[in-house]
Design a protein around this ligand. Structure first.
Ligand code: XUL
Ligand code: CO
Length: 430
């Protein structure tokens, strides 16, 4: 045991009336909602990078957090792993997610970096065995190191493509060895700063070839989980190729990968793309590529990716509504790709941020399940489109339609979309 969380008791469900900060008010992992326990519906994961590797910087200032493991050596990496698993146990978090660069210091060579990753993932394997915590997904950090400044798969230099491919192979191996349930590819710097120096067509072809090689490697090693792309429109680059769900789907279609790769959708990225989270979720479920979520919001005023813990039950309800309507999570889950505010220095802040987020998600999921069971939204939708149930228009040509419309006189009368009525309906459940 480390003493990092010495003042943080284990968090348990105590119900809405408790005044204990270190308690869940709404997340009772054993409560059955929509046919499954909340633990199995929500499948919470802690993100290693923001909770344990992020130093607290922003564009105007550097590190604010002082963590005893910020030593950039393997002793620090081992201490970080100890503290991380202590936090998973305090929260009873069923899953975690990590990038290679979160868990080990960079080595002097590729081989040294890979050996260090292996040493830490061996420690993870033992700790996962002892605690029952599982890996929701693994991923590679192909964006922080300066070698990736002009992209990874889409780099103009083929040697960087090779380094990125070897890195993804090592991270897929690590994820597979740990029984990870998914593997994520977020195209950190797969985009451009200026079109003036960019060959769009070539870069997209490189990204397609890279993704195909990842899919082939998945089959080669017998990895069962989905590969997932995480869409994001911009930041760090001015334009990212994986802009949003619809763009990713077009990309997958172009390279014949739409049946092989799913999406990990982040609320903050949806907002950056000018969408709502539920729009991106509905798009993915309707296209059959929904995989998992990163449940972290952005600030609606600041216009950049602030990665904040969710605090809005209504937004959570609308998101989980789309997820449950689509059949719920399969291999995916709810990852908190969220970081503390840089003034939140205390170890307790790390715990309480997750406690609040887990409660907000539980409230959202319960409201979503109740709305689905009630069926009010689906009934209203079915009623709105009911004219199509008996219509053959989509199989007919313009000539016959035109003749019929001419013979029918005045034409159709508009009907209310009833938006406010539906918004009031949501408010009944949240
Ligand atoms: C960046 C982001 C990443 C991915 C994993 O905005 O969301 O942390 O989730 O690389
Ligand atoms: Co994310």
């Amino acid at each position: 045991m480390t003493d990092f969380f010495a003042n943080c008791p284990k968090v348990r469900f105590e119900g809405p009336d408790t005044d204990n900060d270190f308690a869940f008010r709404h997340y009772n992992p054993d409560e059955v909602v929509g046919g499954k326990t909340l633990k199995d519906q929500l499948r919470f994961a802690v993100a290693y990078w923001h909770s344990f590797a992020w130093p607290g910087g922003d564009p105007f200032g550097g590190q604010t957090f002082e963590r005893p493991w910020f030593t950039d050596d393997m002793a620090g990496a081992r201490l970080k792993a100890d503290v991380a698993f202590e936090m998973f146990e305090i929260l009873d978090a069923p899953f975690f997610c990590f990038h290679d660069a979160d868990v080990r210091p960079e080595g002097a060579t590729f081989a040294e970096s890979e050996d260090r990753l292996k040493e830490i993932t061996d420690i993870f394997a033992r700790k996962m065995d002892e605690t029952g915590v599982k890996l929701l997904w693994g991923t590679a950090n192909l964006f922080s190191h300066r070698r990736f400044m002009s992209g990874a798969a889409t780099n103009p230099d083929p040697d960087v493509y090779a380094y990125a491919a070897a890195t993804v192979k090592s991270c897929m191996d690590a994820t597979h060895a740990l029984g990870g349930e998914n593997y994520v590819l977020w195209g950190g710097r797969e985009g451009y700063e200026t079109l003036l120096n960019t060959d769009l067509k070539r870069e997209r072809a490189q990204a397609g070839a890279f993704l195909r090689a990842a899919v082939e490697y998945k089959y080669k090693i017998g990895f069962q989980g989905p590969l997932m792309i995480e869409p994001k429109p911009q930041e760090p680059t001015k334009h990212q190729y994986d802009y949003d769900v619809a763009t990713v789907y077009g990309f997958l279609k172009e390279f014949d990968l739409e049946n092989e790769v799913k999406v990990n959708i982040e609320q903050g990225h949806a907002i950056l793309a000018g969408h709502s989270f539920e729009h991106e979720l509905a798009m993915a479920t309707s296209l059959g590529i929904f995989g998992s979520i990163d449940m972290n919001r952005n600030d609606y005023q600041s216009g950049w990716d602030t990665d904040q813990f969710p605090d809005n039950p209504r937004e959570a309800a609308l998101a989980y509504y789309e997820i449950l309507k689509g059949g719920g999570f399969k291999a995916g889950g709810t990852n908190f790709d969220a970081k503390l505010r840089r003034q939140s220095l205390d170890p307790a802040d790390l715990i309480l941020s997750h406690v609040g987020a887990m409660d907000v998600c539980a409230r959202g999921l319960k409201a979503a399940a109740a709305m689905l069971e009630d069926g009010g939204l689906e009934a209203a939708r079915a009623e709105r489109y009911s004219g199509w149930d008996s219509s053959d228009l989509m199989t007919r040509d313009f000539g016959s339609i035109h003749a019929e419309v001419r013979a029918n006189g005045a034409g159709p009368g508009p009907k209310s979309g009833r938006q406010e009525r539906l918004e009031n309906y949501i408010s009944r459940f949240v």
